[in-house]
Design a protein around this ligand. Sequence first.
Ligand SMILES: Nc1ncnc2c1ncn2[C@@H]1O[C@H](COP(=O)(O)OP(=O)(O)OP(=O)(O)O)[C@@H](O)[C@H]1O
Ligand SMILES: [Mg+2]
Length: 503
Amino acid sequence: MTSAAPGITARTSDEGVLAVKGLECRFGATHALRGVDVTAHAGEVLALLGENGAGKSTLIKILAGVLKPSAGTIRLGDDVFPRGLTPEQARAHGLAFVHQDLALLESLSVAENIAHVAGFQRSHGLISWRRQLDAARELLVRWEIDIDPSTPVQHLEAAQRALVAVARGVATDARVMVFDEPTAALPRHDVDLLYGAVERLRAAGVAVVYVTHRLSEVARLADRAAVLRDGELVGTVAVAETSEGELVEMIVGAKLAGDVAAPAAGGDELLRLQDVAGAGVDGVTLTLRRGEILALVGLVGAGHRAVGRMVAGIEPTSAGEMELSGTRYRPRNPRDAHRAAVVYVPGDRLAEGAFPTLDTGMNFSLRDRRTAAFASLRRVHAGASAVFREWNVIPSVPDAPFAALSGGNQQKVVLAKWMTPRPDVLVAEEPTAGIDVGTKSAIYERLAEAARAGTAVLLLSSDADEVAVIADRVIVFGRGAPRVELTRDQLTAARIAQECYAA
Ligand SMILES: Nc1ncnc2c1ncn2[C@@H]1O[C@H](COP(=O)(O)OP(=O)(O)OP(=O)(O)O)[C@@H](O)[C@H]1O
Ligand SMILES: [Mg+2]
């Protein structure tokens, strides 16, 4: 066996740079992968599709050497690995990853994150931070990524983080670059930055494997699509020859159910903001009625997210008044907001929404760490089981570690938690991030149901299609203030996107 040469080497043969054959993986009773065959070619983007829990991340973790398959082989170039890889072998053979959670080191700088994977620059045996910065800067410039390499990762916006994860991957001269839902929580504008990076990788002859639930991305980026269902490969198709409907059918195994029933908007006024300022926004005046789904949209930094965070007591207001049911509302923290039946579902579920090391039942029940010590495990589990079945969380038993759930199922647990009991005001940021096409409409139905029962929903979503389907009204933000309001009859995805750019 010869070892693969470093650097980007384009293989043109049909064998592909990466081929997995007969891959099997089990977690106890869960048969997560059942004899999966997938091949990725140099200079192409292969979309890896499938419902929540279909086995996509498991396949990727096996490629990364994080998990061992119980059977099957992985071939990289001319090297065959019959029992899986180690992370070192994966890296040495040119595999690089942008994982679902990005796996960046938050407190370290961009340059340090890159060096952590690519190797540290040394001078006389010592790590040279100046050379480190220079090398990172050179790499970022070469890939047209506009970020200062000395910035700590925790100060970056979501899209910039994803780009750092890309830079870290290409720093090792990747031949195969694997993305696990890189745009799940990215605003639309930022998505374009990432698409640019993917297209550059393809042009450079890298084989790209790209996991997504957004079918518009498949059409835009991918050459072929491989679809998994319940751990089995349904098939691999050429994207240009396959309609979106056909892809959906392959993913869910049947045609999708019909449209979501429109919520009955127009109850009493519940929440009012008058000239509110703070956290980069100013002059925000708006009302939210019971039973209404009001979407706040805008590009990154437009200010709409800050409004959601002020309503939820996460960011302070510096001026103006908020009223809830006609009385003054000024939450000092999220606990104050909960007491007023105002809840917030964060977009970043792992950082803000969950306790990955605890079981799903605890994750369902806990509002914060302080209540953890007093919780009765039995009561917690009994409450969670029923709701998990209703929300179709898999597995529905509440004793699995949260971290062992697939990304979409984690999202269901977090949403179910904040919607049980039903709040008066629900601030939902990217509620369907990571949710598969089949389950999305079930989540929309739950939001509409909550609205019909009297909840006022403040939706913060970067998915214009989603907003067009479920919102009653949209306020478009730009440069820290509301700019335009769109009513139900004006809501199309194209109009929403257009107003965001114009605002
Ligand atoms: N560490 C683990 N322990 C037990 N079960 C696991 C573990 N990791 C994954 N699973 C199970 O394996 C199955 C496949 O999960 P996987 O994360 O690969 O799904 P996915 O296709 O990435 O889904 P999603 O789109 O929701 O991210 C699921 O049933 C999941 O619960
Ligand atoms: Mg996943």
